[in-house]
Design a protein around this ligand. Sequence first.
Ligand SMILES: [Zn+2]
Length: 527
Amino acid sequence: MLDILIKGGMVIDGIGQQAFQADVGVAEGHIAVISQHAGQKAVHSIDAQGLHVAPGFIDPHAHSDYPLLVNRYAESKIRQGVTTEVVGNCGFSPAPLVGEAVAEGRIRMAKIGVEVTWRSMGEYLDILRKPGIAVNVVPLIGHNIIRGGVLGYDDVQPTPEQQVAMERLVREAMEQGGRGLSTGLFYPPGYYATTEEVIGLARVVGEYGGIYASHVRSESDLVLEAIAEALEIGEKAAVPVEVSHVKIEGHHNYDKVDRLLAMMDEAQAKELPVGFDQYPYTAAATWLSTALPHWTRVGGAEALVERMNDAQLRAELQRDWQQNRLEWDNRIGVRDWNDAIISDFPKRPDLLGKSIAEIAQSEGKDPLETVFDLIIASKGLADCILFTQSEEIVRTLMQHPLVATGSDGSSLKPDGVLGQRKAHPRNYGTFPRVLGRYVREEKTLTLEQAIKKMTSMSANRFGLTGRGVIREGAWADLVLFDANTVNDIATYTSPHTYPTGISYVIVNGRIVIERGQHTGVLAGSVL
Ligand SMILES: [Zn+2]
């Protein structure tokens, strides 16, 4: 007797073969049978005529670490068909917390009302396990948390003992369930690290068969050098590399795309264990403070706010901005402040969705002065959305065989604390957007190619055996969708909106989305 029998759907296996019609039977969490006419009886029978049946989507780049503690149902992800999220990205994981990282962690989590009750990776993962989560989670260890914990948030280099202390923290976290190291070398304090420091830490995860995932040092003026550094770290530490949310920011950098594609081709030709992930949007989302040069953020949020109150420093920043000094490495890439939109601002909902240009005009101020003042008023916590990329480059990168789909987003929900900010639409729309806009409408990818980028590619990179594929014996993580109607609905102005066309989502053999509705089943595991 089967638990579930999915009848008459078009099966896409996840490894790129052409779709074929078959019945798929599920028993005890696994795919038990794939057949033209499975005759077995089942507890649940799903009529999948007119639907495609694919492996559940694997999001290689998620930030749901904290949101999952607020809402374990993972609404905005599971409703896209995502069954596994890789969390702890961009150098920021909730664990392990030591030293000054405890206070930084508290500030971040206070934003969504989460109390920090854990310290180690093992303790954090236990909180996810009980009472459970709707999606599977693959935890990475964040370099910024490790470095902040051991060295604090200043621009300093580790002594040999401190380097050993960081490596020991990574080792402990790997033994407690970590699957790799993530860096956010664009952000403090990771930005202060040398390549050598990161190689030392990446070597440790390599010993455990882990991966090195990086939000590289620059995605604008120095993007090629930054990606080269990530590849060097992988080579020297002997670990697979995942370059996170690959993109090129700033109009004046768009011509770098040819060289970037050549780097990807070379990695592919040499069969290096290197991958990239990408979200299908031309806007980024991050802290407003990243509009300023790195040195303004040395020492953490309080030091940043103090600097913004210093008239002389403000004058210096104004001068540097006017002269477009290179060391600014300004990812905003916009000289047009209409392209920077406030997405989160503590206690000022009136500012949400407004551009810096609009706010500056209404307050009769210069835009950069407005940025300084907004950073002070938000205590450094304001977030923004930045339109800095080219649609053509998004499409070109998407077509490269090493590029997988990843959201760079979190599991959110329209109501409650997770729905209060003007989030980036990628949190709700990434996967359906690729299937609707880039497969059906623009034909940038075939359906089979797109599904492979959402499933087996990330499963292979992150070592998720028996996932990301439809074959007998594999885990029954599945999504049933209508290829004619699947679409993202979330927009920049109305981001908290679920997509259409995702009918059923099955996690570890249990139905979590049934006819488009959440069943409340917490079927996910920590992988
Ligand atoms: Zn990032």
